[in-house]
Design a protein around this ligand. Structure first.
Ligand code: HEM
Length: 152
């Protein structure tokens, strides 16, 4: 197997730890997430999404980077530090709308542009992330409908 992330071919994405390696492993994912939050904290269009976060962005950054490690087939770093997680439910208390989802994915797209990834991996990752994002919106809308969410 190749150790050069650039040499991992699209047919390998999603198999074992190929996506984790294509993302540059733990250090690559930490750079991606740092860029993601830097963009979210400065882009005017992300103001509402950014305001949903707690003051301590360091924790949010650590959690997302660790989650993505395991999600992309690498070590289960989130679980090791924070315990088990059900991703949509972890967002259920938030007032997430379809517009917030689009903004989240836009921040990620901008962050992906800054990484030394292949274009096919960027596209693959963005498409893959859109799937849990849909679930998150559905759960948050359901919770709001049930009157259990925080009002926006
Ligand atoms: C619909 C798009 C999304 C929105 C609007 C959103 C928003 C948020 C917000 C506001 C938080 C709370 C951060 C804090 O407490 O400071 C959070 C936490 C988190 N998000 Fe998302 N997120 C989205 C999609 C995703 C996706 C696609 C993933 C991973 C594939 C993800 C992974 C996480 C993780 C791991 C946490 C920490 C959960 C915890 O430990 O409580 N999010 N998200």
């Amino acid at each position: 197997m190749s150790s050069d992330p650039q040499e991992i071919t699209p047919d390998q994405f999603g198999i074992e730890d190929a996506s984790f390696r294509a993302a540059g492993g733990e250090s690559g994912l930490r750079r991606l997430v740092a860029d993601f939050y830097e963009i979210m904290s400065t882009a005017p269009r992300a103001r509402r999404l950014y305001a949903m976060h707690r003051d301590d962005l360091e924790v949010a950054t650590d959690k997302l980077a660790r989650f993505l490690c395991g999600w992309l087939g690498g070590p289960s770093q989130y679980r090791e530090k924070y315990g088990p997680i059900r991703l949509p439910m972890a967002h259920a208390h938030l007032p997430v709308t379809g517009e917030d989802r689009d903004t989240w994915l836009w921040c990620m797209e901008q962050a992906l542009e800054r990484q030394p990834y292949t274009e096919s991996f960027r596209r693959y990752l963005l498409r893959a992330l859109s799937i849990p994002s849909e679930r998150i919106v559905a759960v948050c809308e359901h919770m709001r409908g049930a009157g259990q969410g925080r009002s926006a």
